[in-house]
Ligand binder design. Structure first.
Ligand SMILES: Cc1ncc(COP(=O)(O)O)c(C=O)c1O
Ligand SMILES: [Zn+2]
Length: 550
């Protein structure tokens, strides 16, 4: 079956007959080894269209280092769709753009491939207990695959990883150790633990079953594109195992003469943890470790070690670049992809899309280049900071049976109405903003957003399209007059009612400027709380009833 023919040392090139044990090079002691297979026979199978093969990664078992067919039955990762993007491609301004949608795996990330092949290899080696340190998704994927295989798994994750991931691993029966420290420290503790207990430790990028699992992504892409390679392959990177494995796949396909080029590689990292990007931009072959400072804990490998050097060599051989994006850019891309393409991904996967957008803006991609972005996957209860505080509307139906259920429902609908009503307060004076907010809150449970000046007000108005804007007039930069003029010019905002609350003495000219553009003008000094709130309620009431009858 798929037993490798020989192993090659990735450092000194020495080759020797494959054996399951003895995993270091005799010549240079390196433990970075690459298996090679019977490509002649495999190529014949590929040319025949792989008849009777499953639609998952075991389709390519001839070039996977697992011999035991029982492994194949365990985890059917891979076989994910390659989507030709229309709306998102349109939004970012590049065609053709393909998305390799790795959310379609047992635990919804591309790490499912790694878990499938690694766990099959563990079973083949007779190993029934092991240890892994992970930035999150690998742990969850291994936990699921180990559950199916009956292997006891110890998972080490940092406390920075979203708790949902820890809970998910625990759900699959893994022993979860939460370490308050960064990922590189967590890896060290996991290694010490494994050594003390004499347990097998996952070797990350060094483990060839893990790397070989990833190359099935290259095989799938090429098959899905009709035996063609893309011009660019783009991926979000933490430790770098993914692209390292995937490029071995492209190189095998090229060596077999099945593709005529190898795509350029784009490695995208989170700016707060971008040791590879730093080294690449400085033209260095080795990366200096960094202490991660990103909210995207999934991509927080501060010390990529040798993996960077191998990726650097790949980029030298085939062309490519390494680029970073900040957390906000990733969150924005995440929302853009969700809105345009209906695809929810976690911030780590969105990093690749934010990178793509940056590359397009920088003119680094030729007009008709065929791009594949690896949508590495996974969505989960979205972290609060991605959406801010006010993204949700709760409806509480009282389980107390009096008043009658019908009235309870009505009351709930009324509060829903209030909570679904958005008011934007634009005021540079925090005290007066809070006063206005309190006045409104005392009356109704509107969703209230605050903007600190006219420019912020304009941006939030365009983004949130509130039901009412309450604004000050005198503010630094963009003042209330300009804000109102800009709102009226923009067709998205020109109908939003505006109430002005100002301490300024209003001149005749001011009146003329505001006339016809605002619903009410209230003098701050004489701000009667009752009158003000009545005014707001009335304007909003008018607005909803207008909408209700139109
Ligand atoms: C969703 C997601 N994207 C990208 C990565 C980066 O993976 P790697 O650098 O190991 O290829 C990870 C790693 O955990 C991930 O979970
Ligand atoms: Zn060697």
């Amino acid at each position: 079956m798929a037993k490798p023919r020989f192993l090659e040392c990735m450092e000194c090139g020495r080759q020797w007959a494959y054996q399951a044990s003895g995993m270091v090079c005799e010549a240079c002691s390196s433990d970075w080894l690459q298996p090679h297979y019977d490509y002649q026979t495999f190529k014949r199978e590929l040319l025949r269209g792989l008849p009777g093969r499953p639609a998952n990664l075991w389709r390519y078992h001839d070039v996977l280092p697992v011999d035991e067919p029982q492994g194949f039955k365990l985890t059917s990762a891979g076989g994910t769709p390659l989507l030709l993007s229309r709306s998102y491609a349109e939004a970012v301004g590049h065609h053709p753009l393909y998305i390799k949608d790795e959310r379609y795996g047992p635990t919804s990330s591309f790490k499912d491939r790694q878990a499938a092949v690694s766990v099959a290899a563990l079973l083949e080696a007779g190993i029934h207990e092991c240890v892994i340190a992970s930035t999150g998704n690998a742990a969850v994927a291994y936990a699921a695959a180990c559950a199916r295989a009956g292997i006891k798994l110890w998972v080490f994750m940092t406390s920075l990883v979203p708790q949902e991931k820890l809970r998910e691993a625990a759900l699959f029966g893994a022993e979860v150790i939460k370490v308050s420290g960064n990922y590189d420290q967590t890896k060290q503790i996991a290694a010490d633990f494994a050594q003390r207990r004499g347990l097998s430790l996952d070797r990350g990028s060094k483990a060839f079953p893990a790397r070989e699992s990833m190359k099935t992504i290259a095989y799938e892409i090429v098959e899905q594109l009709g035996w063609r390679a893309p011009d660019w392959y783009i991926q979000a990177v933490s430790g770098g195992l993914g692209p390292l494995g995937i490029y071995h796949g492209f190189e095998e396909l090229y060596a077999m003469g099945l593709i005529d080029r190898i795509p350029q590689l784009a490695v995208i990292q989170a700016e707060g943890c971008a040791p590879m990007v730093r080294a690449f931009k400085a033209g260095r072959e080795a990366a200096e470790p960094v202490v991660p400072q990103t909210r995207i804990a999934i991509l927080s490998t501060g010390d990529p070690g040798k993996t960077y050097t191998y990726l650097w060599r790949l980029a030298q051989r085939h062309g490519g670049l390494m680029e970073s994006v900040n957390d906000m850019e990733a969150f924005t891309a995440m929302r853009g992809l969700a809105k345009a393409e209906g695809m929810a991904v976690e911030p780590a996967a969105a990093v690749a899309f934010a990178g793509l957008e940056k590359m397009i803006r920088a003119g680094q991609i030729a007009d008709d280049d065929v791009i594949v972005v690896n949508c590495t996957g996974h969505t989960f209860p979205v972290e609060k900071h991605v959406l801010g505080e006010e993204w949700r509307v709760d409806v509480h139906l009282s389980d107390d049976q009096s008043p009658a259920p019908r009235e309870g429902l009505l009351a709930a609908l009324e509060t829903l109405d209030e909570k679904a009503t958005t008011v934007l307060l634009v005021d540079d004076n925090p005290d007066s903003a809070i006063l206005i907010q309190r006045l409104l809150e005392a009356k109704k449970k509107y969703r209230i957003f605050q903007a600190v000046d006219g420019a912020d007000g304009l941006a939030q108005a365009r983004g949130r399209l509130p039901d009412l804007i309450v604004t000050d007039l005198m503010m630094p930069g963009v003042d209330g007059f300009t804000l109102i003029e800009e709102l009226r010019k923009d067709k998205r905002t020109h109908n939003i009612p505006v109430i002005v609350v100002s301490a300024k003495d209003i001149t005749h000219d001011d009146h003329q400027r505001l006339k016809g553009h605002i619903e009410a003008l209230i003098q701050k000094g004489s701000l009667s709380p009752r009158a003000f709130v009545e005014q707001v309620v009335q304007v909003l009431g008018d607005k909803t009833s207008r909408e209700g009858t139109s």
